[in-house]
Design a protein around this ligand. Structure first.
Ligand code: ADP
Length: 364
């Protein structure tokens, strides 16, 4: 609700304004006091429109100008109540402070029309500012994205090119040859993972994950996905799956669930030592599925946990473990688009648990 601040010294006008405008807007009747030789309002809350009469403006002009200045480039309208005869006394200087006039005695309909128009301009100005801000954030994200992607690609490309050259040597012992091939394969894997993240990032933007949920047997889906991830990562971790109920045929967006679980499970494996255990726990009730991915890995410090879901953020303890810092940002976005939530608990060198809550639509 729009908030209107009124500084009107004339009591009858003050009463009328509060009564007429109070039905449609939040009205705050301001009082001012003199502090250090300057008049300032006693209550300095944010507002969308200020209505003053000539006497109040006389005292508060500096404060009004400062408030308008502070809100720039957003428009903060000021409406002045003045006698028609006094309009010609308004100086150019005053026009910088005042955006609109209303004659005294005040006409109710005229007042409402002027207030509505000023508030509309304020709203448009706020919308414009929000759009500009969004555009600025998007630009910044794109710049970071391009520089990160080019940097992350250059590294494995250099490795591939370097070891490919070494492999051209004829008299290379077989074990060295095998080692070089392994390094090339790892670099290709890193590039593929990066490409997958970049593509998933694009899909979030294109709302691919907003597709309607379809019936899915979640527990068998999880078991299959675990097998796929273990094979593709070639890991010797133990990945356990536990589910109290089978969550048979709940409706969920399969692409979204795959994206979320693949990310969380591969992170759990990536950030924990070989031969440790990763656990996926599934619990369903009539309306929600709760999925927990737990590992015994490097953990995340409390300070890093606070920034975990920001694009490109990587915790300080990742060392040489490869990554882009995009996965969790994507996961959070797709979960929230589906009306779900994600939370994390973690202790450094002990382990991490991600808990995902997703709404199920059993009737769809
Ligand atoms: P990345 O590609 O770097 O793994 P993510 O967005 O998936 O990007 O994760 C962001 C950061 O969160 C990681 O770089 C890592 O620091 C931290 N992280 C995520 N999952 C775990 C985990 N299971 N254990 C420890 N740290 C994790």
């Amino acid at each position: 609700m729009n908030r209107i601040l009124i500084f009107v010294e004339q009591a009858e006008n003050r009463r009328l304004l509060a009564e007429w405008l109070g039905r449609y807007y939040e009205v705050v009747v301001g009082e001012s006091a003199v502090q250090a030789g300057k008049a300032v309002p006693l209550l300095d809350e944010p507002f969308d429109l200020c209505i003053l009469d000539g006497a109040a403006l006389h005292h508060l002009r500096e404060w009004v100008q400062a408030r308008k200045q502070a809100e720039q480039p957003v428009f903060l309208p000021v409406l002045l109540i003045t006698l028609r005869a006094d309009v010609k006394l308004l100086t150019r200087h005053l026009w910088k402070t005042v955006d609109e006039l209303i004659g005294n005695p005040i006409e109710k309909l005229e007042l409402q029309a002027r207030v509505e128009m000023l508030l509309r301009s304020r709203r448009l100005s706020l919308q414009l500012q929000a759009a500009l801000e969004q555009e600025r954030e998007l630009k910044e994200l794109k710049t970071r994205f391009v520089s990160m992607v080019s940097h992350e690609f250059r590294n494995p490309l250099n490795i591939i090119s370097g070891f490919a050259q070494l492999l051209e040597q004829r008299d290379l012992p077989p074990d060295r040859r095998a080692d070089f091939f392994l390094r090339i394969r790892k670099a290709v894997q890193a590039m593929t993972a990066l490409l997958d993240d970049v593509l998933a990032f694009g899909k979030v933007e294109a709302s691919v994950f907003a597709a309607s949920p379809v019936p899915l047997a979640i527990a068998p889906f999880c078991r299959k996905l675990i097998e796929e991830i273990k094979v593709s990562m070639g890991t010797d971790h133990t990945v356990e799956f536990a589910c109290e109920t089978e969550c048979a045929l709940a409706c969920i967006n399969e692409a979204m669930l795959r994206q979320v679980l693949t990310n969380l499970l591969s992170n759990a494996i990536k950030y924990s030592a070989p031969q440790t255990t990763v656990r996926l726990k599934l619990q369903c009730d009539a309306e929600t599925a709760v999925l927990q991915v737990q590992d015994e890995g490097i953990g995340i410090s409390p300070a890093d946990q606070a920034r975990l879901f920001e694009s490109f953020f990587r915790a300080s303890n990742v060392g040489t473990i490869p990554g882009t810092g995009l996965g969790l940002a994507i996961v959070k976005q797709v979960i929230e688009k589906s009306g779900g939530a994600i939370a994390v608990t973690s202790a450094v060198d002990v382990g991490t648990t991600f808990t995902v809550t997703l709404p199920l639509n059993r009737e769809a």
